[in-house]
Every structure is written in structure tokens, then in C-alpha cells.
Ligand binder design. Structure first.
Ligand code: SF4
Length: 485
């Protein structure tokens, strides 16, 4: 291997050789977003919890350059359980989450924040096993430690982890590794990057950081926006250099739904069923509540009786449209580390008493309300009543209103700029749900009141826009439905 590469770079190479080449040759890394930092911090927290299950473990905390000698010293001094032990073999540098000596030999345990083992995790531990065995360590068993989302409930975190023995799967992959490493070595010895087309691999198993660059020639109205077009067809179109819908052959086989979308793009004509929209809107009763939850789903649960990754709401926004046309806004945002749910429920039941509740993709709000009703049985009847009155604005765009500008999506992030161009998320500090989670967690840790107030305002602005967007979209639809009469 030309110089040393890390395990994560090997994993990048398994995803795409071009990604490996760029990660190794273009060492300047992209700054992490707040959401990425939040994810990283969560992974580190899971790692700390995992280590508690091995009380005699020794942490090799040294920097990358010092970690290998520190590991050698720890093993030589008789340590039988190591955290973050470091090794290098054939130019591949790895750090092992947990390595402990058993009567059968070394046991390698990799900690993952996921709820189940995934294919790429097997490759991950296979590479580590290859390196360790190459150095003469007798690795007898290989295990994946992942979060137990089945039976573990806060506050009892004794069974927070489930452990899967993947030794057999790893043994099956080991013979492939020398060839893979030789291929990577070949790619890295070239001064030009490997030429590879874009495809499904750009997002799987992980989103590639070079996508903006590699996908820059993909037009806005591309074949990737065609609803439910399978990847085999997309890949074959890419191979023929057909990226724009405008370049699709006229007789290209498509389902009726796909054909309708493609025709809409080609003619730039929306398809609007005004009568169906009018009859859907007629189902709504005043006062109409335009409602949205923001939730958090931490890997390590924080409140009873939640499991790992179970979502809980910490914020909502509600615009209330009255029969006389007046509009008012209510919201709730929890500002400290206590359980947000009791006070959020109290506010919610005071803000929504009668009338319809409009959500965008209502199954999400329904699932949160159902969960709150289960966990707070005293309030179950009122919460279920709100759930029963949910009405899904997204359904209009699934069934009755198609526009080429939606780019094949029914998401409010695509619908809003077409129907209500003056409203935009672009100027907001928080623009997506995962960012809202990260900002909320950051806000909880703020030590100065000014920063905390700023974060809270950012969250309020984001959630408020989510429900104001629904009001404005509703008004556009109402105008259409009036014209249909
Ligand atoms: S965006 Fe796709 S093609 Fe480009 S480096 Fe990443 S995975 Fe490879």
C-alpha cells in the first residue's frame, strides 16, 4: 500500500474507489455540519456506555501516531481488555472498539449505534480481523454490539446492548480482503482518480461527501426524480449518458404514474383535479389547526419508558385558522433537560380543543400522539381525540395535484417554493428536522442565556414556518377549489 490508510478509508473504497482516491489524495476534509457533529457525539456516547460493560478495560487514549506503541505496551504489561487498541498491517491502520482476551483467544467487539447489524458492519470487523491476524494475534471470535431497541426501556439500561456473534460471516469475507486491498493499492498508485459513474452507491451504505461535485451535471429535472424508477433502469440510463428527463427516448417504458410525471415535466403543465381538492378541503372543520411536532430520538433513551431511538416531542407549532379568516399562532418549546412531555401535553390540550388538525404526512404526528397516549394514560382520551381529527395535507399532492416543479416529490420542501414562493426556509438557521434535534440538544447545554435564547428563537422560527407554510398552501388550494365551483 502506498502509505497507510485507515479502516474508514478502506470502507470508503468498498463503497466507491473514486471516494477512496479522493479521501486519501485530497486530505482537506469538509467541515462537519451541526447535525453531523450531533451524530458523532451520539456515537461517542454509545461507545462510552458500551465500555461500562467491560469494567477492567484499558483505554488506549493516545493520538493516532502514539496509539500503536501504547497498545503494544498495554498488551505486554498483561492487559486483557483494551478499548481503542491500534494496529497496522499491510498499510491498513485500525482501532478496535473493544478487544479482550478470553480462554479461546482474542475476542473483537465492534460497537455500533444502529439497532441491528448491517452488511457494512461485517466488512468493518473483517478488515480489523485481517489486520489483527496478519500481526499474529489469534482472533477467535468477532462480535457486533448494537443497541437493543426491542426490550430495553429507560430507566433500566442493563440490556441497552444486544450482541451478535458474526465470526462465521467474517471468516467468509476474509479471503476477499487481500484482493480488495491490492485493487485499492492500484487505484492509489495512479495520479488520476478512477473514472466511475454516479449511482446508488453514492448514498449507500452512507451518503458520499463528494456527491455535490460528482452530481453537478445532473439537471434539476433528472431521471432521478421519476417516481419509483428502479435503480437498474436509472443505472442503465446513466451509462447511456441520459440524465435529463428531456433526453428520455419517447418510447421509454414507464408505469402510468411515471409517464404522467414525465409528460408533466415535458409539457411543463401541472395536473390538478380541482373537484377532488374541493371535496377534500370540505372535510375540514373550523377552527382548523395547522400542526407540527419536532421530536428527538436519542440513541440512549432519556425518559421512561422509552427505548433506544424512540422519539419524544420537545416542540410544536400550531397555527389556528378561524371561520372568520383570523389566524393565531400557538407554540411550545421545552427549554431544559427535564422530560418535555407532561408540560407539552398540557399546552397541547389547551391549544387544540375542537376542530380539524392539519398535518403534513400525518402518520408521523399520529404515531407521536399514540405514543404519548400510551405513556400518559390519564390524558389518552384527549390525545386520541386529536389524533382522530388529523387530516393529511400531503395527500392532496399524492393524489390530486402534480407539478413538474415538485420534482417528483410530495415533500413540503418541494411543494412550498412552487405554490408559495415568497415563503422560504433558506434564510433560517434551522432548515430541517435533524438540524432541529441537534440545535435543541446544543441549546440544552448552553451555559450563557444569550446563546440559549438565540437557539430557542431559531427553533421557534423553523417550526413556525412549517405550520405557516401549511396555512399558505391551504389558502392556495382553497382559491383553486373556489374556482372549481
Ligand atoms: S459521489 Fe458517488 S461516484 Fe462520486 S465519489 Fe462519491 S460514491 Fe463515488
Amino acid at each position: 500500500m502506498t502509505g497507510s490508510i485507515s479502516k474508514s478509508q478502506v470502507m470508503a473504497g468498498l463503497q466507491c474507489p473514486k471516494r477512496l482516491w479522493r479521501e486519501v489524495k485530497q486530505s482537506a476534509s469538509q467541515p462537519m455540519t451541526l447535525a453531523q457533529q450531533h451524530l458523532l457525539a451520539q456515537g461517542q456516547e454509545v461507545g462510552r456506555y458500551a465500555r461500562r460493560q467491560f469494567p477492567n478495560g484499558v483505554l488506549i487514549g493516545a493520538s493516532t501516531s502514539e496509539a500503536i506503541p501504547a497498545t503494544q505496551r498495554a498488551i505486554a504489561s498483561g492487559s486483557t481488555c483494551l478499548f481503542e487498541a491500534a494496529f497496522e498491517f499491510e498499510g491498513v491502520f485500525v482501532r478496535c472498539d473493544i478487544l479482550r482476551h478470553t480462554s479461546a483467544g482474542w475476542e473483537l467487539v465492534e460497537v455500533k449505534s444502529s439497532s441491528k447489524p448491517k452488511d457494512e458492519h461485517i466488512w468493518d470487523v473483517a478488515i480489523q480481523t485481517y489486520v489483527l491476524r496478519g500481526l499474529g494475534l489469534s482472533v477467535a471470535t468477532v462480535k457486533l454490539m448494537h443497541l437493543n431497541t426491542q426490550t430495553c426501556c429507560f430507566p433500566d439500561l442493563t440490556d441497552l446492548f444486544a450482541i451478535a456473534d458474526v465470526t462465521t460471516d467474517v471468516e467468509a469475507l476474509l479471503p476477499e480482503i487481500p484482493l480488495k486491498l491490492a485493487q485499492f493499492n492500484q487505484y492509489l498508485s495512479e495520479s488520476a482518480e478512477p473514472s466511475l459513474t454516479i449511482g446508488k452507491h453514492c448514498d449507500a451504505p452512507n451518503p458520499c461527501p463528494f456527491k455535490t461535485d460528482c452530481w453537478q451535471s445532473v439537471p434539476e429535472l433528472s431521471i432521478f426524480t421519476i417516481p419509483r424508477l428502479d435503480w437498474k433502469k436509472k443505472q442503465s440510463l446513466v451509462a447511456d449518458n441520459i440524465l435529463a428527463i428531456a433526453d428520455l427516448p419517447a418510447n421509454y417504458p414507464l408505469t402510468p404514474l411515471q409517464r404522467a410525471y414525465v409528460d408533466g415535466v415535458l409539457t411543463q403543465q401541472p395536473t390538478i383535479d380541482q373537484d377532488a381538492i374541493a371535496s377534500s378541503l370540505a372535510e375540514l372543520d373550523y377552527p382548523i389547526h395547522f400542526f407540527d411536532f419536532e421530536t428527538h430520538n436519542p440513541a440512549i433513551p432519556r425518559f421512561a419508558p422509552l427505548k433506544p431511538y424512540a422519539p419524544f416531542p420537545f416542540q410544536y407549532s400550531c397555527h389556528i385558522l378561524h371561520a372568520d379568516g383570523s389566524l393565531e399562532h400557538r407554540d411550545y418549546l421545552h427549554g431544559d433537560r427535564s422530560d418535555p412531555r407532561p408540560s407539552l401535553i398540557a399546552a397541547l390540550l389547551s391549544d387544540i380543543t375542537a376542530g380539524s388538525v392539519v398535518a403534513y404526512h400525518k402518520s408521523f404526528e399520529a404515531s407521536i400522539l399514540r405514543r404519548l397516549a400510551q405513556d400518559f394514560p390519564d390524558q389518552a382520551a384527549s390525545l386520541e381525540s386529536i389524533s382522530d381529527r388529523l387530516w393529511d395535507l400531503e395527500d392532496i399532492f399524492k393524489y390530486h395535484y402534480k407539478h413538474p416543479g415538485f420534482r417528483g416529490s410530495t415533500s413540503i420542501k418541494y411543494v412550498l417554493p412552487v405554490l408559495v414562493p415568497h415563503l422560504s426556509y433558506q434564510d433560517l438557521a434551522v432548515q430541517r428536522g435533524d438540524q432541529a434535534q441537534a440545535v435543541w440538544d446544543t441549546m440544552l447545554s448552553c451555559s450563557d442565556e444569550g446563546s440559549k435564547a438565540q437557539r430557542m428563537q431559531e427553533l421557534r422560527d423553523y417550526c413556525r414556518l412549517d405550520t405557516l407554510a401549511m396555512v399558505e398552501i391551504y389558502r392556495v388550494l382553497q382559491t383553486l377549489s373556489v374556482h372549481s365551483r
